[in-house]
Structure formats: C-alpha cells, structure tokens
Design a protein around this ligand. Structure first.
Ligand SMILES: Cc1cc2nc3c(=O)[nH]c(=O)nc-3n(C[C@H](O)[C@H](O)[C@H](O)COP(=O)(O)O)c2cc1C
Length: 367
C-alpha cells in the first residue's frame, strides 16, 4: 500500500510533514513519514544546529528541508540593502500600522529585545545558503515555496542525489516546475495554510497529475487524516504534503504562542481567510482583528514582497511580545476545524496510518 515515490525515498507511509519544529520532524520521520524542516526563520547557524540535532535522532530515516525563494520580488538580482528597501515603504502603510498598534495599546519593544527574523529572509541568496548547509546532511528532499527555484538550487540538489520539490497552485506553474527539472510537484489547493492559490485541491491535483505525466505529484491542502491521504492517492498523487495539522501537536510547543494555540483549537473550518497582509501574496491564515483591518475599508492596501513583510514584521513582534491577543494570528488551512485538541505527533501518525488502511479497505470491499 505504498507509492513509487515513497518507496524511492524510503518512507513507510506516503506522508510529508512541513513544520518549523525540529521535534516534529524527528517524530514524523521516526514514525515512517518524512519530516521536512521549514528553514525560512532560521539563520544559517541555527539551521546547521537543528539539522545536526535531527540527524542524531532519526536513525538514518529520511527527512528534508524547505526553503523560500520567491520567483519574483522587489530587488531580486540587485544589490539592495535593508535601508534601500525601507526607503521604498510608503508612509500610508507605516501610519496605518502605527495607528493600529496605538489603538490596541501595543507598546514599543524594550531596548534589550532581540529581533527574531531576518528582514531580507525571503530571497534567493538566503535560500541558496540554506541549501548549502542542508546538503552537508543526508537529507533526501529539498522543497521550495513561492515559485520555481533557480537552476543553481536544482543542480546542487541533484549533484548530491537529493530530490527537489516545489509547491504550486496552478497547472501552468506545475509545467514550469517540470520544465526546470523539479522532481516532485506539490499541488497545493486553496484549502491549505500559508501562501496558496484559488483552486480547490479536488480540481487541481488530478489536473496537475494529468499535465505533468511521469513527474511525481504530492497533494497538499486540507489533509489531516488517513482518509484524506487515501483520497490524494486516488486522485493520482504519490503522497500527501501536510502543514497545518502539525501546528497543534505537543511537539510544536515552543514554536507557538499559547494564545495562538487556543485560537487554533477553537477555530472552525470557516475561520480562515486568504490575506496579503503577511507578505504581499495571498496566504491562508486565521481571521483576526489584524487581517480584518488590513483587508478592511481603512486599509492603505498591502505592498509587494519583501516590503509588506518589512512594514509589519516589527509590529507582529510587538503584538506577540505584549500579548495583544486580538491581533495575534497564524497561517493555517481550513483543516483547522478538525484540530480541536493537543495530541502527540506519534498519535497523529498512528491515526493517519489506521485511517488510511481503513479507507483503502473500504474502497477495496466495494463491488
Ligand atoms: C504556519 C505555516 C507556515 C508555512 N510556511 C511555509 C514555508 O515556509 N514554506 C513552504 O514551502 N510552505 C509553507 N507552508 C505551507 C505548507 O508547506 C503546506 O504546503 C501547507 O500547510 C499544506 O496545507 P495544509 O495547511 O492544509 O496542510 C506553511 C504552512 C503553514 C500552516
């Protein structure tokens, strides 16, 4: 009951888990799936440290790394500094953020506060640096979000015998991935958490499977159970690529604010929205006061990558530092409606396997 791609990668189940938690990576991989570490918020040193930690715990089982190299963004291919980009941020957006924070009583960060994220993080340069570190480890897969990765990234992965995956929300993008030499296409439906398109997975996945022929496809978006994984395989995918379901597992503790966890556990499947407020590109996330304001009538509108991230990154850190629950949110998909309690990664994996086997048996018993 396994697919050709899963066998090639040495997986017991055709289940891929995107997560920023090194602990979840280890648990998914140890349980027979593939944990894929999201590297976007990692400095090169931290990525090295986390991969060494993971590698020491997976007993040689397969894991992967995810980078974010947007295909188009302001400043791509040019030498730009943070100061130059800062100067491009229009005043109305700065004023809008300042007013929002003042109205919610969110104070400035204390003087000794250490900023978390690299403001220029979503770039080809940073992605390539992540890949070089990742290739020091026996990873089996590198994935990229927000477009076809540059040829250099694909070549480097292939030189090390590592498969290269890329996410997409349209068949046209899938064909561009294939033409560039991508090995695994992640067909992500609109249900998904994070950056996502408008087409439902039920339509997109089989359309891409048909279009790309012998290139392996994974289905993403809204998959949180074994029966949904079975549905992905029925649509022609070689496996399921998941993200949201790992946000509420016990091993993600430490990567999530307690108030956000409460919001995720309470949210229904209708409590998400595709908003450009994080990066300038539509990303599905919890509906919050923050998304409502950016998408509301008084909004000055969002900016292109990476300016939108830059205009609001410090604000988001202030919101979290000062516990402003109303404005706090998280990228998450529509499957959030089924994420109602904190469970261990091992128990989610066990349920995936049992529910998948039951779904396959149900189909097999039909006459
Ligand atoms: C909190 C969160 C952060 C994400 N960040 C990234 C990212 O940095 N890179 C990436 O390739 N995908 C990212 N994604 C998308 C996931 O890789 C995955 O495609 C998506 O979650 C699948 O849909 P699902 O959320 O319905 O499981 C993110 C998703 C979530 C929920």
């Amino acid at each position: 009951m396994n697919t050709a791609l899963a066998k090639k990668l040495g997986l017991e189940v055709p289940l891929f888990a995107f997560t920023r938690s090194k602990e979840v990576v280890v648990e998914v991989t140890r349980a027979g799936g593939m944990g894929v570490l999201g590297a976007i918020a990692h400095s090169p040193e931290k990525l090295d440290e986390d991969l060494a930690w993971i590698d020491a715990r997976v007993d040689g089982k397969p894991y992967g790394v995810d980078t974010v190299m947007p295909q188009s963004y302001l400043g791509r291919g040019e030498t730009v500094t943070k100061e130059m980009l800062d100067a491009m941020i229009p005043q109305p957006q700065k004023d809008f953020i300042a007013k929002m924070l003042a109205e919610h009583g969110v104070e400035a960060l204390p003087d000794d506060y250490e900023r978390h994220e690299d403001l220029l993080g979503w770039s080809v340069e940073k992605g390539l640096a992540h890949i070089e570190i990742a290739l020091k480890y026996p990873i089996k897969l590198i994935a990229n979000a927000l477009g076809t990765p540059p040829a250099e990234a694909i070549e480097r992965a292939h030189e090390h015998g590592v498969l290269m995956a890329a996410l997409c929300g349209k068949t046209k993008q899938a064909l561009a991935h294939k033409a560039a030499g991508i090995d695994v296409i992640v067909a992500q439906g609109t249900e998904a958490g994070g950056h996502t398109g408008e087409i439902a997975g039920m339509v997109l996945c089989p359309e891409i499977v048909e279009a790309v022929g012998d290139t392996a496809v994974l289905m993403a978006g809204g998959i949180g159970t074994g029966r949904q994984m079975a549905a992905a395989l029925a649509l022609g995918a070689q496996g399921a690529w998941t993200g949201s379901i790992w946000l509420t597992v016990a091993e993600n503790d430490g990567y999530q604010h307690a108030h956000v966890l409460e919001k995720l556990l309470a949210a229904g499947s209708g409590d998400t929205v595709r908003s450009r407020c994080i990066s300038g590109k539509p990303a599905r996330q919890l509906v919050t006061e923050y998304t409502k304001l950016w998408d509301g009538e008084t909004s000055p509108g969002t900016l292109p990558i990476p300016l939108q991230w830059m205009v609001q990154a410090e604000a988001v850190e202030r919101i979290f530092h000062h516990d402003c629950t109303a404005l706090m949110g998280s990228p998450v998909g529509q499957i959030v409606g089924s994420m109602n309690e904190v469970r261990t990664t091992a128990s989610v994996m066990a349920d995936f396997k049992a529910d998948y086997a039951a779904a396959v048996a149900r189909l097999g018993a039909l006459s």
